[in-house]
Design a protein around this ligand. Structure first.
Ligand SMILES: Cc1ncc(COP(=O)(O)O)c(C=O)c1O
Length: 509
């Protein structure tokens, strides 16, 4: 890398006025592959995986550590191959995800098949492939047992637990409302309610067709703090210890702690703001109403000055702990809790299922500016219209993400105005609401950061827009790993009955 390059993170740097991903000029990528595109750094994905392995293996020496990246976060087959080469297992939710994991050569022993509502066919495929089934539904045990019996084999299972978390009072990032994690987790559907898990475990242990090897939990990214992880593991261990007593001394040989660790720049949940923001907005709303008394013009003049407060989003500035800090807190709490409750730690396999923190920072989304628009009255406002849409980043919209961005061909320019960065669907499509930008012009290229997880997999065709391609870069090499959809493909599943093909109006009775 040139000496004058400004390093943004491990895979992004600014050289002159251009943003580079690894050794590839992102402007060059758009010129070569078109716009919009998703771009993933192979090198960053490998670095993320290696860092996870080291962080947890260095801190959990009692048994093996397996990293099972959640394939739902990005199921591009090329990416899965990269992770397989790095020795990763896989967290799978659906039959489709299982198919792509197995097709990508993952060791079946390192596959955890999660999710409720598994069909008999899916379960038979799991048993046939020799993957671990993480039991979620109450009737699933019967179905797995019957299917294993039919196949003349034994299914390797884990039970997905649902401890209570009465001490988790931090507000969950999954809700727009102010709800503590404790309550947010109660209404989350996955996992076996504790009142049923006791009898299910006893049944599993008595069955010659079921091999109960471990336990699983996934709280998710309700909050970034280490204290939340500590409490999660503490309550998890308490429940495991209680189950040991109720199940005649059984102990897990593997403990899966799920996912939910944020990626370092963590765009999640930032658009809804903090508790203080919510109170401020309530005050502003009342104020805007009260200003009606001043008449239209004066009201708009005052509101113009307050626009940054009313509609701007600065994002929560919380410092996200490192993977090593999460690994430290998780393993220390696990070890201490297990030892205190008389659970064996020696030989216990620890599994982690990162999604966002595995893929997130390895991906960016590149999009050209189509137009800029400005109004001066009644409220001064700027729009920058991109040739993409938040329907191509729907995962982030569901999660109230606020994505960092860089103008890829003006990366060295100072911001000089405020604007809404909007997408081209007919919705408001405020992809990056009210931010400071340089003097951008049509043809410029926006790089939206942190789009490696949950974005590409959640694109939709709203406004009949074909979905973008994904490009993989490594060093100075770039190639397509998912081609762009064509306009014809958007309508490929439509079937128009023959009788509707004539342009004549149907006579009604
Ligand atoms: C069972 C399970 N494991 C892992 C993950 C990955 O979570 P994250 O992307 O927050 O790390 C998920 C996500 O929903 C999940 O349901």
């Amino acid at each position: 890398m040139e000496k004058s390059a400004k390093v943004i993170d491990e895979c992004l740097s600014v050289r002159g006025s251009r943003l580079f991903m690894e050794e590839c000029d992102t402007v060059g990528l758009v010129e070569r592959f078109g716009s919009p595109i998703f771009v993933i750094s192979e090198d960053q994905l490998r670095r993320n995986m290696r860092r996870y392995v080291k962080a947890f293996s260095d801190r959990w020496r009692e048994g093996e550590v397996n990293i099972l990246p959640a394939i739902k976060a990005n199921w591009l087959l090329a990416l899965r191959r990269i992770l397989t080469q790095e020795g990763a297992g896989c967290d799978v939710y659906s039959a489709g995800e299982l198919h792509s994991a197995l097709q990508s050569g993952v060791d079946p022993m390192l596959v955890s098949v999660n999710g409720g509502g598994k069909s008999e066919e899916h379960i038979a495929n799991c048993i046939g492939a020799g993957v671990k089934i993480t039991v979620d539904d109450l009737d699933e045990l019967d179905l797995i047992e019957q299917t294993a019996r039919k196949a003349g084999g034994k299914a390797s299972i884990r039970l997905r637990l649902r401890p209570d978390f009465p001490n988790l009072w931090q507000p969950t990032g999954f809700a727009n409302e102010l709800v503590p994690i404790d309550i947010g987790f109660q209404v989350y559907k996955n996992g076996i309610p504790t009142e049923h898990v006791v009898s299910m475990g006893r049944r599993a242990l008595a069955s010659e067709h079921l091999d109960l090897v471990g336990v699983h939990i996934h709280l998710g990214r309700h909050h970034y703090s280490l204290a939340v992880w500590e409490e999660l593991i503490r309550r998890y261990v308490e429940l495991i210890a209680e189950l040991k007593t109720l199940w005649g001394g059984w102990e897990p040989s593997e403990i899966d702690v799920g996912g939910g660790i944020p990626s370092p720049r963590d765009p999640f949940g930032k658009i809804i703001g903090s508790t203080a923001d919510n109170l401020l907005f309530a005050g502003l709303f009342a104020g805007m109403y009260a200003l009606k008394a001043l008449g239209e013009q004066r009201r708009y003049r005052i509101i113009s000055r307050l626009m940054g407060l009313i509609l701007g989003r600065k994002g929560n500035k919380a410092k996200i702990p490192s993977i090593e800090e999460y690994a430290d807190r998780i393993t220390t709490t696990l070890r201490t809790g297990m030892t205190r409750r008389g659970l064996t730690t020696r030989g216990v396999r620890l599994q982690i299922e990162p999604g966002r923190s595995m893929y997130g920072n390895a991906g960016i989304h590149l999009s050209r500016v189509l137009k800029t628009k400005h109004q001066t009255r009644p409220i001064a406002w700027n729009w920058v219209l991109l040739d993409t849409t938040y329907f191509f980043m729907a995962g982030g919209v569901f999660e109230n993400n606020l994505h960092p961005f860089i103008v890829a061909n003006r990366a060295d320019e100072k911001p000089c105005k405020l604007a809404d960065i909007v997408g081209r669907s007919c919705y408001a499509d405020r992809m990056i609401p009210e931010v400071r930008i340089p003097d951008v012009q049509p043809g410029d290229i926006f790089a939206i950061l942190e789009t490696g997880a949950y974005q590409e997999v959640s694109t939709s065709n709203f406004n009949a827009m074909p979905r973008p391609a994904t490009i993989l870069v490594t060093g100075d090499q770039a190639q397509v790993i998912k081609r762009a959809e064509t306009q014809e493909e958007v309508f490929a599943r439509d079937i128009v009955p023959k009788r509707l093909l004539k342009n004549t109006m149907k006579k009604t009775g």
